[in-house]
Design a protein around this ligand. Sequence first.
Ligand code: FA5
Length: 357
Amino acid sequence: MSSRSEAPSSSDAPSEGLIETLRASALAELGEASDGGELDEWRVRYLGRKGQLTSILRSLASLPVEERRTVGAAANQLRTALEEQLQARTDELRNALSTAAEQLDVTLPGRRGHRGGLHPVTQTIRDITDAFAAMGFQTVEGPEVELERYNFDALNIPADHPARDLWDTMWVESPDGEDRSDMLLRTHTSPMQARVMEKTDPPVRVVVPGRCYRYEATDATHEWCFHQIEGLAVDEGISFADMKGTLYEFARRIFGSERKVRFRVDFFPFVEPGAEMAIDCFKCNGGGCNLCKQTGWIEILGAGMVHPKVLEGVGYDSEKYTGFAFGMGVERIAMLRHGIDDVRLFAAGDLRFLSQF
Ligand code: FA5
């Protein structure tokens, strides 16, 4: 608000002229008050106990009787007028506010809140575990900091076995500070094979999604931390044909019903025989393109019949029970499904990439 009138000083004897001056300044300032706080300040300034009009009313007593009557009447008339004007201005401001509220169109659609989504690796894990759940596989999880015994020994990979070189390992410092303990960051999800079988009698049918770690340089297809999904089925009479049928069904559910699959011999110490499975390239339908490196086939997992030594290691009778196991890289499958050309994008935390899924 602009300039405010000073309270009449004790030397200002109340007069009708003074009251008219006060009326003019009070009404001008009231017109400028634009919210409840300013209205209240105005009320205190003019009508409050120490307000300007109140002090005029108090000093009436010093006037001669005749003057007291006329000036007193004018002062009282001003008080009534100011109170009425205050009420009128209050109503005016209140109406203006509710008109603004009425202008809000509540039928307009609301603004969308930002909704996060699942990471493409999580989505892929869910799709794959759902596909296996439909075939009777339970999903279980296991420790990422693993014992050497489960990661290697229980899988028929003894300390001096050359296959140990395949899994360049990150060892976890032992509590006594020695560099090499018997604990490591698991290099694959296969240690869960023995962990599950130790706790369960056949039949066993599980899939195990989870993080794995390898001490290796990263490039477009290799990360030091990535995800795998392990699968294990053990029962009486399980054959290689069961394995092929299960994995074929999985490939069709994840990559499309027209997919073909190819099995070729591969070596893993914990399966015998071992295999790698490829699907015909869904981009070129097997004709050859950059995705399948002109071969028409894309490798998606390693698999095989569980080695008798692995079964015996957990106390299963390998004459009675047989089974198959498989392991696949989740990022690899997500890359294939979405046409992603660099595995490092998954962990880079870049929302421009992640929000596309
Ligand atoms: C294994 O890890 C075996 N445990 C799989 C297995 C299980 C075979 C059961 C037989 C029976 P391999 O080292 O090939 O196998 O890894 C499996 C998949 O993990 C690979 O095909 C790849 O998709 C993924 N993978 C491996 N290393 C990396 C890495 N550094 N970065 C990203 N993905 C990787």
